[in-house]
Write a protein that binds this ligand. Structure first.
Ligand code: URA
Length: 238
C-alpha cells in the first residue's frame, strides 16, 4: 500500500494533505524520513511517525478512553464538550464513535471505534457483553434493594404515555461494596439504566463509574481523559 494511502486511511486528511506531509519530511518509517508518497509498505503491523508522534496502523480503530466527568458522548453535545475532543484529530477524522453512551457525569471505560459492525455487536444484548458499574448511592444500600436489582425492576420513561408498558431491567450482578457503594453488572444499555434502576428500588445514584467493559479494564497508568489503542476486539471477550 502506498504511504500516502496508508496515512489517508488512518485519518491524516485528504490524499493531497497526506502526500504533502510526506513530501515535507513529516513522516518517518523505521526511524527514517520517507519523502516519497508512493513508497510501498505492507500496512499490517506497520508503525510510523507523523510530526514526531508514533502511530500504529490499524485497519479499524478500537480505542479505550478513560472518560472524565463533564464530557458528553453525543456527536452534537449540548452543554459540555464532546468526548471526541479528547482524541487526536486523525482518530476523529477517521470517524471513531462511542460504543454506547456514558452520561455526561459518568466516568470510566468508554470504547470508541470506526467499525460500525463492531458497535452493533457490542451494543446488542444478544452478544452478552457484561459492563460493570460502580455507583455511589445517596442512602445506605439495603439487602432488599440489592435483591430487587437482581430480580429485575420496571423502568418507566419519565414522559411515557399511560399505555406504554414499562421496560423490565435486570442486573446480571449486584454487590454491595460498602454501605453506599454498589457494583452492578449489566448486559443491556438502556438509557440512564443504572440511575433508573437504582431509583426504581428507592435509592439514588450520586456518582457513577464504569471500571469494566467485557474483559477490558482501565489500565492503571491511564489518567482520566487519556486513551489507548486496543489491538483487537478479541480482547473484549477474553
Ligand atoms: N447507566 C446510567 O444511568 N448512566 C450511564 O452513564 C451508564 C449507565
Amino acid at each position: 500500500m502506498r504511504l500516502s494511502q496508508i496515512l489517508f486511511s488512518q485519518g491524516f486528511g485528504t490524499r493531497r494533505l497526506c502526500s504533502g506531509l510526506i513530501q515535507h519530511g513529516e513522516v518517518q518509517v523505521n526511524g527514517e524520513v520517507i519523502d516519497d508518497p508512493d513508497a510501498d509498505y505492507e500496512p499490517q503491523g506497520l508503525v510510523f511517525e507523523v510530526s514526531g508522534k508514533t502511530w500504529p496502523y490499524y485497519e479499524k480503530a478500537l480505542i479505550l478512553l478513560n472518560k472524565p466527568a463533564g464530557y458528553e458522548c453525543s456527536q452534537k453535545p449540548k452543554h459540555h464538550p464532546s468526548v471526541m475532543s479528547l482524541l487526536p484529530g486523525p482518530l476523529r477524522e477517521r470517524g471513531v464513535q462511542p460504543v454506547g453512551r456514558l452520561d455526561e457525569d459518568t466516568t470510566g471505560l468508554l470504547l470508541l471505534t470506526d467499525d460500525g459492525s463492531l458497535i452493533h455487536k457490542l451494543t446488542n444484548p444478544k452478544h452478552h457483553v457484561p459492563k460493570v458499574y460502580v455507583a455511589r448511592c445517596k442512602h445506605p444500600l439495603s439487602d432488599e434493594q440489592v435483591k430487587r436489582l437482581l430480580q429485575g425492576v420496571e423502568l418507566r420513561e419519565p414522559d411515557a404515555k399511560p399505555h406504554h408498558k414499562p421496560e423490565l431491567a435486570r442486573a446480571e450482578g449486584a454487590e454491595r461494596l460498602d454501605e453506599h457503594l454498589l457494583q452492578l453488572t449489566l448486559i443491556e444499555g438502556k438509557y440512564h439504566q443504572v440511575k433508573r434502576m437504582v431509583a426504581a428500588v428507592g435509592n439514588r445514584v450520586e456518582t457513577l463509574h464504569r471500571p469494566r467493559f467485557g474483559a477490558l479494564t482501565i489500565p492503571d497508568d491511564l489518567p482520566p481523559g487519556g486513551w489507548c489503542w486496543i489491538a483487537s476486539p478479541a480482547q473484549i471477550h477474553a
